[in-house]
Design a protein around this ligand. Structure first.
Ligand code: C2E
Ligand code: MG
Ligand code: MG
Ligand code: MG
Length: 291
């Protein structure tokens, strides 16, 4: 897309060039008004316990419905929000809606964990832990129901500062997950110092597992690494029954992917959970097991 260019087969992202393009400048201005105009929506993608086939919760994923351009993908505007200091209101909007959704589900009797993506700038913001505490008080969420997803690269930029923010939030009772695990520059030495309880294997390794031996090796090794460190392991990007079967044989804990459901509004996810569609994928799980 705009602002990317191919270089030796890799897409190189160049923020400066990006921000100066007329479309970017327009979007930047419109991003500031998006909250007031009610253009953000929170979708959910179910997270499945592989051993039991049960839905244990969901990942909340933001959507921007922009009148002129339809849906703008988060990869296009989350980075923009970070560079223009719009990320704090954006993250607070997501926290408020995800906490409210999850608290509502618990009132309905669902045992549900909501996963929420944080961005690098949130983790470098010394006021962020207090903002999270305030949102917790306003929404009645229990921190135990929340998994906050962070990436390796957002930690490694300034590990000491980030660790301080993470520890303050962790001491309130929130859990952390390392998202897109395996794609960033990380240090295994830091992994044991961080208050994390889950590794989330990046979808680039999971999607092609049935066809790629090396991806299978990476996923298996990551599950082992996580378990040996006492962490739960989730695979994102599960697109077919075969991937699920492999994950089950490896002992991976939880799965997320288009095979179950793409991200959708919460009411649609709940309808899906109670529908035959959900049962079909659960049955194919046990079928795969018999093979
Ligand atoms: P992520 O946190 O790694 O989220 C997973 C992405 O993979 C989502 O894209 C999801 O729709 C997609 N996905 C899920 N299952 C499959 C599958 O089986 N196959 C394939 N090909 N893709 C799958 P989405 O919603 O477009 O989000 C992209 C990224 O934008 C997220 O990656 C996350 O880094 C960021 N993002 C999304 N929502 C938020 C948010 O509320 N706050 C922040 N800070 N970042 C967000
Ligand atoms: Mg995520
Ligand atoms: Mg991810
Ligand atoms: Mg990702």
């Amino acid at each position: 897309y705009m602002g990317s260019r191919a270089y030796n087969g890799f897409a190189i992202y160049s923020p400066t060039q990006d921000d100066e393009s007329p479309r970017r400048l327009t979007l930047m201005g419109e991003l500031r008004q998006a909250i007031d105009r009610g253009q953000f929506m929170l979708y959910h993608q179910p997270k499945i316990d592989i051993a039991s086939g049960r839905v244990i919760g969901s990942e909340a994923l933001i959507r921007w419905y922009h009148g002129r351009d339809g849906f703008i993908p988060p990869e296009e505007f989350v980075g923009l929000a970070e560079r223009t200091r719009m990320i704090r209101p954006l993250t607070l909007w997501v926290l408020e809606h995800a906490f409210n959704d999850c608290a509502g589900l618990h009132r309905l009797g669902f045992d549900w964990t909501v996963s929420i993506n944080l961005s690098a700038r949130d983790l470098h913001d010394p006021e962020f832990p207090d903002l999270v505490a305030g949102m917790m008080a306003r929404t009645g969420i229990q921190p135990d129901w929340v998994m906050l997803e962070i990436t390796e690269s957002s930690i490694m930029a300034d590990p000491v500062r980030v660790l301080n923010v993470l520890e303050r939030i962790h001491s309130m009772g929130f859990h952390f997950s390392i998202d897109d695990f395996g794609t960033g520059y990380s240090s295994l030495a830091y992994l044991k110092k961080l208050p994390v309880s889950e590794l989330k294997i990046d979808k680039s390794f999971v999607m092609d597992m049935p066809r790629s031996e090396s991806d299978g090796v990476i996923v298996r090794a990551t599950v082992e690494l996580g378990h040996n460190l006492g962490l739960k392991v989730t695979a994102e990007g599960v697109e077919d029954a075969e991937s699920l079967r492999i994950l089950r044989s490896i002992g991976c804990d939880t799965a997320q992917g288009y095979y179950f459901s793409k991200p959708r509004p919460l009411n649609e996810i709940l309808a899906w959970q109670q529908s035959g569609l959900w049962k079909a994928s659960r049955d194919s799980l046990s079928e795969a097991d018999l093979r």
